[in-house]
Design a protein around this ligand. Sequence first.
Ligand code: 5GP
Length: 242
Amino acid sequence: MAELLYEGKAKQVYLTDKEDEYIIHYKDDATAGNGVKHEQFAGKGVLNNTMSCIIFDMLEEAGIKTHMIEKINERDIRVKKVEIFPLEIIVRNITTGSFCKRLGVSEGVTLDEPIFEMSYKNDEYGDPLINDDHAMALKLVTREELTYIKETTLKINELLKDFFLSTNLKLVDFKIEFGKTKDGDILLADEISPDSCRLWDVDTNQKYDKDVFRQDIGNLIETYKAVLARMEKNNKEINNGL
Ligand code: 5GP
């Protein structure tokens, strides 16, 4: 059995016999409110891994450098070893969530331009929102690294918006993470799934993401299965040239 390096809320990271590779294992846990709300949903890890792999493959094909090497099985992926920047990189296309709570603005307003936000990944302080100067003062990232991260994030936003729109879902907002290899390459890391994106149906605005769990407004597994089904239907249509 490989040696466990780190256990997070929804994933485990294992060392491998290769110095520059890790294995990430997806668990069935869902948490919200900095771990205050915590439940297990049988099969969630499989769904998240499956969706995240489809999305990372799409991004790689579009020229985004990611940590992904290969999917090993339903719950495990082999990735390049990176040191994660302790930053949650958030993009907002439509207002909701903490943006509305903090600033008192209405929900569901489409923004003229995407908003780029950063939070300092630090549970003790509740992942506080920070700006570029804070990130540099805390030595979390250099200016050059941040410039690259911002540019890449905005490209990812465009790619993800198109990808989800083709499944009749609007990309409301999302959180991503980047890491650095020992050679200094910056790679998109962690996962992209309905755990980390807000997705609303184009026609009805129904929520197809972790807000169903956060707000107790639906069945998480059925919701995630529905998102995967939309992705797979869309893939089939593309492959059949429809
Ligand atoms: P908000 O700041 O409005 O709560 O979240 C903005 C976006 O970032 C949402 O898509 C949300 O799912 C994502 N997000 C924020 N914090 C976290 C986090 O700690 N974990 C995950 N998986 N996603 C997050």
